[in-house]
Design a protein around this ligand. Structure first.
Ligand SMILES: *Cc1c(COP(=O)(O)O)cnc(C)c1O
Length: 429
């Protein structure tokens, strides 16, 4: 190529805006020196970051490749065409829209394509693992649509397909949503399809969390069963922050219109290019190895935490995340989150099914393996991490013993992450 790359120039940022430059460095330092166990986070590749920090950000490209409202789109068209072709090939989908700004934007577009305000939508209860966009009153989904929610079974904490079928027959929702943000088990997509067909509903699968495992063939794909699949590109899939929609060809037009011009303006072409890069990476054998290890690590972490007295909701995990009930050790989710944060272990408090505590307190924590697996950690490190979490969550802040314990755990976290650095210093070639 004759043109040299004009991309991320940190010296320019430092010269122009030292305050933001300092924040960027401090955040890199936070990511490098702590354990990142938030199940929805990952560590993107330098190639993805380079595409994100590129001059494609400068280009307006309202519309779709070959049908833009602006001139000069030849190059960004090529980027979007690559992203679409790679998404279709990777997921075996007839149609892909790669423009949604985020998972929530993708979901808004899916609602817009299939539903009218006031329509009934059946989705998983937010308090039991669903997402804000699945009918929360604080979100468009609960304000503009009549949300009916399904829980998990109280005894085994699994999705109860008979109950969903009963709710579907009673309420006849226009759309049924499968998918969740804190459900550690596999979802039976053919069962959802059957229920949707029985009442003539649209089946939307929100695969935001687990689509990276689908890409690698580690868990079953929702694509053959759903009318529409929405996803994020920044969770297990390890791409840039963003959303995407997959569908059957028959829904392509409605979904494309629902994204633009109905719910979005100009697409973020730097992010679209970065999604193309991530999709290329996700199609490699190395990514399949990674995704298998993600699940093996989550299983190991869940088992090791169980051995340390925390109770895995539903008894374990089939995916990249585990939900732990802390009531057996008499600690709340909020306490656990803040104690872990003091020890440089980043995870989130999370409601467990039928949680007696309010959401801001919660009885559980959610842990995920995508980020630490990208760092190269395996089952051996998971058992170390489980022991560190088990110590941190029991350490009472503000007491001499508790603070000493948290300081000790912090030191061991630093040792562990030093052996598996995030963004290791690049060698000069
Ligand atoms: C993360 C997530 C989303 C939203 O993604 P954003 O990019 O944060 O908008 C939607 N649905 C589910 C199930 C998620 O887990």
């Amino acid at each position: 190529m004759s043109t040299p790359f004009w991309g991320p120039d940190f010296a320019a940022l430092q010269a122009t805006d030292p305050e933001i430059a300092e924040i960027v460095l401090a955040e890199l330092d936070r990511q490098r020196t702590g354990l990142q166990l938030i199940a929805s986070e990952n560590l993107t590749s330098p190639a993805v970051l380079a595409a994100l920090g590129s001059t494609l950000s400068n280009k307006y490209a309202e519309g779709y490749p070959g049908r833009r409202y602006y001139g000069g789109c030849a190059q960004v068209d090529r980027a979007e065409e690559l992203a679409v072709a790679r998404a279709r090939a990777l997921f075996g989908a007839e149609h892909a829209n790669v423009q949604p700004y985020s998972g929530a934007s993708a979901n808004l577009a899916a609602y817009a394509a299939f539903c009218q305000p006031g329509d009934r939508v059946l989705a998983m209860d937010l308090k039991q693992g669903g997402h804000l966009t699945h009918g929360s009153r604080a979100n468009f989904s609960g304000r503009w649509f009549q949300a009916i929610s399904y829980p998990v079974r109280p005894d085994d904490e699994l999705i109860d397909y008979d109950q969903i079928r009963d709710l579907a027959i009673t309420y006849e929702p226009r759309m049924i949503i499968a998918g969740a943000t804190a459900y550690p088990r596999l979802i039976d997509f053919p069962a959802f399809r059957e229920i949707a067909d029985e009442i003539g509903a649209v089946l939307m699968v929100d695969a935001a969390h687990f689509i990276g495992l689908v890409a690698a063939g580690v868990i079953p794909s929702p694509v053959p069963h759903a009318d529409v699949v929405t996803l994020t590109t920044h969770k297990v899939l390890r791409g840039p922050r963003g959303g995407m929609i997959l569908s059957r060809a028959e829904h392509a037009k409605a979904l494309d219109k629902a994204v633009f011009p109905f719910t979005q303006g100009g697409p973020l072409m730097h992010a679209v290019a970065a999604k193309a890069v991530a999709l290329k990476e996700a199609a490699t054998p190395g990514f399949a190895v990674y995704a298998n290890q993600v699940v093996a690590n989550a299983r190991a972490l869940s088992q090791d935490l169980a051995a340390a007295g925390l109770r895995p909701v539903s008894g374990g995990t089939d995916t990249h995340l585990a939900l732990l009930d802390l009531r057996p050790i008499g600690v709340t989710g909020a306490e656990a989150e803040s104690r872990c944060e003091a020890a440089h272990i980043t995870l989130n408090k999370n409601a467990i099914p039928y949680d007696p505590e309010p959401p801001m307190v919660s009885s559980g924590i959610r842990v995920g393996s995508p980020y630490v697996t990208t760092q190269g950690m395996t089952e051996a490190e998971m058992s170390v991490i489980a022991r560190l979490i088990a110590r941190a969550v029991r350490a009472e802040r503000g007491t001499v013993r508790g603070d000493a314990e948290l300081a000790a755990v912090t030191g061991e976290v630093a040792e562990l992450v030093a052996q598996h650095p995030a963004y290791p210093e690049r060698r000069k070639s």
